[in-house]
Every structure is written in C-alpha cells, then in structure tokens.
Design a protein around this ligand. Structure first.
Ligand SMILES: [Zn+2]
Length: 290
C-alpha cells in the first residue's frame, strides 16, 4: 500500500509542483493526524503512516479520515457551503460519516467519531462486520440494498423479472448497483429494496438529528448516484419520525456535489494548510447560504 502511494506521489511530482501530501484514509486516524490506528480494510494497525510516507518522499504528509475530508470539501466547495453543523453520510459498501462544526472537523476524544454506520437500529438484526448485529449500515448501504433484494426475492418469488434471473445464476451478481439499475427499470423487487433503504435512511437520520441537530446532511457515496430513487421518500420518513416533528426545523438533506473527488479535495485542503502554516480560509467562516 505504502509503495503504491509513494509511486502515485512520484508520478504527480513529474507533472506538478508538489509541496505536501494529504492522504484521506478509510480508517481511524489518531488526533495528531500522523498515525492510522485501525483501518478495517487495510493492513494498518497503529501505523505511523505519515512518517513512513514522508521519509520516502521528503514531503510533509497529513492524514485525515476520508469521510471527514469529504465533509470538509463539501463545506468549502460543495453541497454544505457555509452551514454551521454538517453531517456527511456516505453510502457505499458501508456507511462513512463526517461531522463539521463551523468548519471544524469533529473527531471525538480519540479520533474515532462519528461512527454512525454502527449505530444499532435493529436489535438482533443482520450481522455486521464490526461484530455487532443490526447496525445502520446493514440496512442502508449498497451492500444492504443487495441483501434486502435477495431477502425479498425469496419472500416474493415471481415478483421480479430482472433481479430474479440474475440471482438464479449467482446471488453474488445482485449488487447494490444492480438493484438500483433494476429499480430504475421498474423492477418490483428493485423498487421495494429502494423503498426499504429510503425508510432506513430516514430512520437513521432521525437518530442523527437527535444527537447533532445538523443544519445540512450531505448524502454521498456510490448509492447517492441513485438519489432520485430514494431521497424524497427518505426525507418524508425522516420528517415523520424525528423527535418533535412538526415543531422543529428539519435538517436539509442534499446529495454531495463533488463525487469521488471530495475526499481528495479535502485531503489537499488540509495538506496545504499544514505546509503553509496559514489557517484555511474556511476556518471561522460562518456563512449562511440560505
Ligand atoms: Zn457494525
């Protein structure tokens, strides 16, 4: 992994003047921004990644959790411009979350907050890779879409034209992306799975609203590309179940604007700040963009 990263940096240096490196990591980053404490899908455990990359490139290196970096980029340039309390919820294989308070990334005491994807919404529910059961991301992610579709297929045989054929050949062929495509084509099981995801998204966001009372929730990640299939329904469900419904302002729920680039842009913003020693222009900014 580190060799590959060093190779990418060398390639970029041949094409651009590079003064610093910002890495956005799918894992827990220590509060010092130098150590990856734990990355579920990578080999890093308490790994001094910044120092190692820095020694091989002779460039300053900063690390940030990828969802935090994406949230920052959406705050500076995208869907959450200037909002006071921003939660980014990235729906992909699981759920990645970032939280910004007046443009400052909130990491908790030990650098691991917010792990909203592992809020337990369903006691004794679906098994999660984290060891618990019933986590939000087991019901609201690309992986969840596929699981829901497979459950629905066995419960309602004959209701699907597209997905049933694909699942008959290989249940593994039914991915979140395929379910979204089937829903778009009017496949009944695909649409039911989408409605289920919408409900769980609304349900989870109502919990998030109880904890953080966000001004804006940015929905990001691969699943957000299909937002037209679920976002209105998720908003309605959220508005129905949130505490004090009808008597409180609701968070605006938007889709991300920067796509896959968001975490890269956020990592670069933090690296530039670290190398120039100048606070980023977004800090302390309290723009309200209506
Ligand atoms: Zn979990």
């Amino acid at each position: 992994m580190e060799k590959a990263i060093v190779g990418v940096i060398a390639k970029l240096r041949r094409e651009h003047p590079v003064a610093a490196v910002g890495l956005s990591v799918a894992g827990f980053v220590a509060p010092d921004g130098k150590t990856v404490q734990f990355a579920p899908h990578l080999a890093w455990r308490q790994a001094p990644v910044a120092a190692r990359i820095s020694s091989r490139t002779e460039l300053p290196v900063t690390l940030e959790h990828d969802a935090n970096a994406a949230a920052l980029a959406e705050y500076v340039y995208g869907a959450a411009a200037g909002a006071s309390v921003v939660t980014l919820v990235a729906l992909g294989t699981g759920i990645g979350c970032g939280l910004l308070l007046d443009g400052e990334i909130y990491r908790g005491a030990h650098g691991v907050a917010p792990e909203l994807g592992h809020l337990r919404l369903v006691p004794d529910g679906r098994q999660c890779s984290c060891g618990k059961r019933g986590c939000w991301e087991r019901y609201c992610s690309g992986t969840a879409l596929a699981m829901t579709a497979l459950e629905l297929l066995s419960r309602y045989p004959g209701r699907s034209t597209v997905l049933a054929r694909e699942a008959a050949g290989d249940p593994g062929a039914v991915t979140g992306r395929r379910v979204a495509a089937a829903a778009r084509d009017g496949d009944e099981i695909g649409m039911m799975a989408m409605a289920d995801l919408a409900r769980w998204l609304g349900e989870g966001l109502a919990l998030v609203a109880d904890i953080y009372d966000p001004e804006i929730v940015v929905i990001a990640g691969g699943v957000s590309e299909s937002a037209t299939l679920f976002l209105d329904e998720a908003r309605e469900h959220y508005a129905r179940v949130v505490t004090g419904t009808g008597n409180r302002p609701l968070a605006r729920i938007r889709t991300a604007q920067l796509g896959d680039d968001a975490a890269i842009v956020g990592g670069a913003l933090l690296a530039r700040e670290a190398v120039t020693g100048e606070p980023g222009a977004w800090r302390g900014r309290r723009l309200r963009n209506g």
